[in-house]
Ligand binder design. Structure first.
Ligand code: ADP
Ligand code: MG
Length: 325
């Protein structure tokens, strides 16, 4: 599904540069479930944005289904995103003034699905996440877990190939967290999705087939234990089996980020907005990511987890910021 080669991402920050990704190589098989862990500020959300075509790398290749997202024109990337990639965020990113049904329908507007079909598909998507009796509720009338279910329905109503989830349970209590993960796992299994799930939570990550760890903009891997997901995978049809093989650590060699000749971030062109949905109200994934960056210390408990012990930082100096005069 994906093949990333030597992907880097540098952000401007004042006079300096932040090297958010420092040379990521990554193959994600069709139907694989990959979890990504790692400390806050080490590039997880940046990686997800790039996988989703929400942002472009500074250098490198982001092959998605044979096309390099880094090279496609913006309109083509927007189309790929609208058709084939579903996103779920920590903060749900629902439009507060729209009903659950309208929020889900909004994902079909860029695909030019007619009003009747849109409503029918959105209804079915909400029924699939257990919210068939909440179609007309606005987000403020729903619990956090229910809002995240709406967001999952919105991500899946277009029947994407890929589901990208950035800390989808970060704002939920433990019981709700388990429900949402169980739902994502069911959707992954039943729909043959390729899923990339960023999480601080090792107990969630262990359910995936493979666990990547982002550290200082580089991605390493550790094999997943044989959790429920792996067993379920055995029962799935299709070419997904290849994803169960743990990969050796890659991308851990020092990448050269010292060149001052760094590309500016190309301005993002938003998805075509449904004209009747008040564009200013539409969720901006960028906002969610930035909130996530500012998020203080969600990672702290899990960093103690033995799963991450090999990736703990012996060097207390933050190595991310490179300043150019
Ligand atoms: P994580 O998701 O692992 O917490 P991020 O990918 O959000 O990490 O961020 C990686 C690094 O890139 C951090 O140092 C963060 O401050 C920086 N960064 C992320 N987005 C931007 C941006 N839009 N502008 C400047 N710096 C950014
Ligand atoms: Mg993040």
């Amino acid at each position: 599904m994906y093949k990333l080669s030597a992907v880097t991402k540098n952000y401007r920050k004042g006079r300096g540069m932040v090297a958010a990704l420092r040379g990521v190589d990554l193959v994600i098989e069709d139907g694989e479930w990959l979890a990504v862990q790692g400390p806050t500020g080490h590039g997880k959300s940046t990686l997800l944005q790039i996988l989703g075509g929400l942002d472009r790398p500074s250098s490198g290749i982001v092959e998605f289904d044979g096309r390099d997202l880094a090279q496609l024109r913006e309109a083509e990337v927007t189309k790929v995103r609208a058709q084939e990639i579903g996103f779920v965020f920590q903060t749900f990113n629902l439009i507060p003034t729209l009903s659950a049904l309208e929020n889900v329908e909004a994902a079909l507007v860029p695909l030019r699905v007619g009003a009747a079909a849109r409503q029918q598909r959105a209804t079915m998507a909400l029924e699939a996440v257990g919210l068939g009796d909440r179609l007309q509720h606005v987000p403020g009338e729903l619990s956090g877990g229910q809002q995240q279910r709406v967001a999952i329905a919105r991500a899946l109503v277009k029947e994407p190939k890929v589901l990208l989830a950035d800390e989808p349970t970060g704002n939920l209590d433990e019981d709700t967290r388990d429900e949402i993960i169980a739902l994502l796992e069911t959707m992954w299994r039943e729909r043959g999705l390729t899923m990339v799930l960023v999480t601080h939570d090792s107990s969630i990550a262990r359910r995936a087939q493979r666990i990547g760890v982002m550290k200082n903009g580089r991605l390493g891997f550790r094999p997943s234990r044989q959790g429920p997901a792996s067993r379920a995978q055995a029962a799935r049809t299709g070419p997904a089996g290849a994803g169960t093989t743990p990969s050796p650590a890659v991308g851990l060699t020092p990448a050269d980020v010292s060149s001052p000749d760094v590309q500016a971030d190309p301005a993002r062109v938003p998805d075509p907005r449904p004209s009747d949905l008040r564009p200013s109200d539409l969720p901006d994934p960028e906002d969610s990511r930035l909130e996530d960056v500012q998020d203080p210390d969600l990672s702290a408990p899990d960093l103690e987890d033995s799963d991450l012990s090999d990736f703990e930082d012996d060097d207390p100096e933050p190595a991310d910021t490179i300043t150019f005069d």
